[in-house]
Design a protein around this ligand. Structure first.
Ligand SMILES: Cc1ncc(COP(=O)(O)O)c(C=O)c1O
Length: 405
């Protein structure tokens, strides 16, 4: 490949982020197609018995079987790796299978994980499932580096955080936590779902591994499920690839194609999501029915300065708490806002051009014990809105109906 070919380059080279998002990772076939083709093929043909043997032995390049390698999936992996500034990437069927693959790749029975409180509810369920296989997890406050340091044991095999967190939008100091991890020789894993590399690049801040629910902003239009794990070439080839090959949490070629096309508009979308969300967050902050708004780009956010230092925008997700005399009144107020919506979609998904609203305490975090949920700061009066690309004034008008109803 030519030295000036954007497809041969990663972020940090001579091509900018937006160029890599549009063109990275794609090599034309001899047909000369202008856009990325979809290789819906489960297996690939070899030239001869010797060629097949060489590929199976890893001595010759080429695809063998789509469970562990497919040309369309590779386009998505290489494009995302370029955007995250990662040496390599493996795509998975969902965000949860990405996190599961990291756990399988780094832990065994008797090991221990340190994770931030207030991560996505299903991530907590996944870590709980791993207790069955002898992997224990300790939860610590995202914003308390001393608590992370204190929670590390000799058998700790990874530190895991989400920043900003779902749904509280708490911001973790990736640089500070990376230093702690490095001092103890433990990989720091960051779920970069809310920001995407368009707004935050954890590997540049010192993290070792990034995971994604590509279902969210990487797709951006609510079409497909997908996930990804990014890290060093050694980690991906030696620890992760065997998990992909033997467990098969594989992304389909069609979904990879949708996601690769999603990356082409990522930076434009994330910029507009952030502008729209800031407008809605400021409006909510001025409403008398609202107790508190949590959005990293608001000056009132406790980690606003940190968010400004490590993110390029606030992202789309806002959490806000409604006033009420007690839990029952706060829950009723929250449900009134949800039920008053005619424009916002009542769905637990986020990462869509269509704005969505959910009541975390009774949906995404409903399976958490009530005490743990309260402890994590997810109250009965909290709502999470993922602001889409509609006119933000229409989003505010939709929320107003339930707020004043
Ligand atoms: C922060 C975060 N990580 C991971 C996931 C899981 O992703 P998926 O639904 O693609 O499995 C989600 C889903 O909402 C999420 O919000």
């Amino acid at each position: 490949m030519d030295d000036r070919d954007p497809h041969a380059h990663g972020a940090g080279d001579e091509y900018g982020f937006d160029t890599l998002a549009v063109r990275g990772g794609f090599e034309r076939t001899p047909f000369g197609e202008h856009t990325e083709p979809v290789f819906l093929a489960s297996s690939f043909v070899h030239d001869s018995a010797a060629h097949a043997a060489a590929r199976f032995a890893g001595e010759a390049d080429g695809f063998i079987y789509s469970r562990f390698g497919n040309p369309t999936v590779r386009v998505f992996e290489q494009r995302l790796a370029a955007l995250e500034g990662a040496e390599d990437c493996r795509a998975t069927a969902s965000g949860m299978s990405a996190i599961m693959s990291v756990l399988v790749s780094l832990t065994r029975s008797g090991d221990h994980v340190v994770c931030s409180q207030g991560v996505f509810g299903t991530t907590i369920q996944l870590f709980a499932l791993f207790e069955r296989y002898g992997v224990e997890t300790t939860y610590v406050a995202l914003d308390d580096p001393d608590a992370w340091r204190a929670a590390i044991r000799p058998n700790t095999k990874l530190l895991f955080l989400e920043t900003p967190s779902n749904p509280l939008t708490e911001v973790g100091d990736v640089r500070a936590l990376a230093q702690i991890a490095r001092a103890r020789g433990i990989p720091l894993v960051v779920d970069n779902c809310f920001c995407t590399p368009a707004l935050q690049r954890p590997l540049e801040l010192g993290a070792d591994i990034v995971v994604h629910s590509a279902t969210k902003y990487l797709d951006g239009q609510g079409r497909v499920l997908g996930g990804a794990v990014l890290g060093s070439r050694d980690y991906v080839s030696q620890a992760l690839q065997p998990v992909i090959r033997y467990c098969g949490p594989t992304l389909s070629a069609f979904n990879a194609w949708v996601l690769a096309k999603g990356l082409e508009t990522l930076s434009v979308r994330m910029r507009r999501h952030s502008e729209n969300a800031l407008e809605v967050a400021r409006w909510l902050e001025a409403r008398p029915e609202v107790e508190r708004v949590r959005y990293p780009w608001l000056e009132s956010h406790p980690q606003h300065a940190l968010a400004r230092a490590q993110q390029g925008g606030g992202g789309a997700v806002i959490a806000f708490d409604l006033k009420g005399a007690d839990d029952a009144a706060r829950k009723a107020a929250a449900w009134r806002v949800v039920d008053g919506c005619r424009l916002l979609s009542i769905t637990a998904n986020l990462g869509d051009v269509k704005s969505t609203i959910t009541h975390p305490a009774s949906t995404t975090h409903g399976r958490m014990p009530a005490d743990a949920r309260r402890g994590a700061g997810i109250g009965e009066g909290m709502l999470r809105v993922a602001v889409g690309l509609e006119d933000p004034k229409d989003v505010c008008a939709d929320l107003l109906r339930g707020l004043t109803g």
